[in-house]
Design a protein around this ligand. Structure first.
Ligand code: PFF
Length: 456
């Protein structure tokens, strides 16, 4: 594939398997292991799960398919893609907002990943060997309230993903995720067997699969929708950028459906790994974001061989986080590389240095900046809330309007059927209908309702 602006072939994913690994690698992440369990735990279990799956089908998946189609047609970074297919109008702003969103997400995401990386070492060296949540809470607080530890671990994470991104799309992202994804599934299955064979595991399964809708509010629905965006890495140009690396013969709807199914499966499996064990030892499921870092270590230490399983579990979480962070970092790097002509190396190092700066406000949100609040939230919470519950839904809304109405159904159909080479006309028409008429309306209503602008 030759890019139009230079004679050098544009890098991309080389095999069908590589496409799946990289795209699944982007979707699966701390969203499955940290966000999904904590939101499910605080929003009544099964009821939230049902809402989240519904949002994934009606909102997340259609946006994902639209983004992949736009990216593959334009063969460019997110900003250029929307500019190229929607010339003469400011559609490129979708891509620009995406670059901003990637920054905000990375700012707090690299810090959660930092805790995960630190926990691998703490768990391996016996630093978390207690089944008393008061003690694990002290360990976690010790980590997050130490400015030095918070910053240094974040820098380690940034350096790690930068090295992979500099190696390139096929030699870095594709090669890495191809190795990591199978390892993640194996580790997850091992932890699940342990959790399910604990006496009293049934209560956790009931929590996860028996719905209680009394806890559902407008904010819950917005949170479920926000999660469906965050989970599938959509609404901000990540999938547009990855779509630009897809092979010309790749079946986009088929790939998106597989990735969505794999991603939902991993969330549910993470729930099955976590909640039975939480209930078996009499812990509470509603600890929120600290569930992963305070409750889980105490849970693991309550079981035979728990220390070893805990190390495996945090390695698994680090693997998941890595694939997602690679896709996030690729968004600004591809933009700087193609639009401003920076080399990949300079673009990556420049972005990471800026991230170390912006991200430090999230890293220090529990220590030096704990009392610095904007809109009543710490930087960490603000980045998290603003990205999932504002930027991604708004981005998703405009992506649907762009793909369904501006770029248009005919072009989208051509891209999604590989110019008629695939026999998937029915499903493609269904998705185009949803992208045009259902998703944008739904996103709009849930957004306004969740923010309290309208009351349903
Ligand atoms: N999908 C990732 C997760 O669930 O952890 C997070 C993410 C990655 C969000 C890439 C957005 C994105 F562009």
């Amino acid at each position: 594939m030759k890019s139009s602006s230079s004679l050098k072939p544009r890098d991309g994913f080389t095999t069908g398997l590589g496409v799946i690994a990289a795209t699944l690698g982007s979707a699966i992440g701390l969203g499955n292991i940290w966000k999904f369990p904590s939101l499910t735990g605080t929003n009544g279990g099964a009821a939230f799960l049902i809402l989240y799956v519904a949002c994934t089908l009606i909102v997340g998946l259609p946006v994902m398919i639209s983004e992949l189609a736009v990216g593959r047609r334009a063969r460019a970074n997110a900003v250029t893609s929307y500019g190229k297919l929607g010339p003469g109008q400011p559609w490129w702003l979708i891509g620009a907002a995406g670059v901003l969103a990637a920054f905000l997400i990375l700012a707090f995401y690299t810090e959660v990943a930092a805790w995960v990386f630190a926990y691998i070492f703490k768990a391996a060296t016996g630093g978390l060997a207690t089944n008393d949540p008061v003690v694990t809470a002290q360990a976690f607080n010790g980590l997050i309230t130490s400015p030095v530890q918070s910053l240094v671990w974040q820098w380690i994470v940034l350096a790690f993903i930068s090295v992979i991104i500099i190696a390139g799309v096929s030699k870095g992202i594709e090669r890495m995720t191809k190795r990591l994804m199978p390892a993640l599934f194996v580790l997850l299955l091992i932890v699940i067997v342990r959790s399910l064979t604990l006496p009293g595991a049934g209560a956790g399964l009931a929590f996860l699969f028996k719905p209680d809708f009394s806890k559902v509010t407008a904010a819950t629905v917005l949170a479920a929708m926000g999660l469906s965006f965050f989970k599938l890495s959509v609404g901000m140009g990540t999938m547009t950028t990855y779509g630009s690396y897809f092979r010309a013969d790749q079946d986009i709807p088929g790939t998106a459906i597989r990735v969505m199914l794999g991603d939902v499966l991993v969330s549910i499996l993470a729930g099955i790994a976590i909640f039975p064990a939480v209930f078996a030892f009499g812990f509470k499921p509603d600890a929120g974001p600290s569930l992963l870092f305070i409750t889980i270590p105490a849970v693991f230490n309550s079981m035979p061989l728990g220390g070893a399983f805990m190390v495996l579990f945090f390695i698994l979480a680090a693997i998941a986080a890595t694939g997602a962070m690679l896709s996030l970092l690729e968004v600004p790097v591809a933009f700087l590389n193609e639009r401003l002509g920076w080399s990949r190396t300079v673009a990556t190092i420049g972005t990471s240095l800026l991230l170390a700066l912006v991200g430090s406000t999230a890293a220090l949100s529990s220590s030096l900046l704990a009392d610095t609040k904007l809109f009543g939230k710490t930087f960490f919470d603000l980045f998290d809330f603003a990205s999932s519950n504002l930027l991604l839904p708004v981005g998703g809304l405009f992506i649907c309007l762009f793909a369904g109405w501006r770029w248009g159904a005919a072009e989208m159909r051509r891209e999604l059927t590989n110019s008629g080479a695939l026999t998937n006309a029915r499903i493609v028409n269904l998705f185009i209908g949803i992208v045009k008429f259902v998703t944008p309306v739904l996103v709009f209503i849930v957004l306004l309702n969740g923010l309290g602008v309208i009351k349903l």
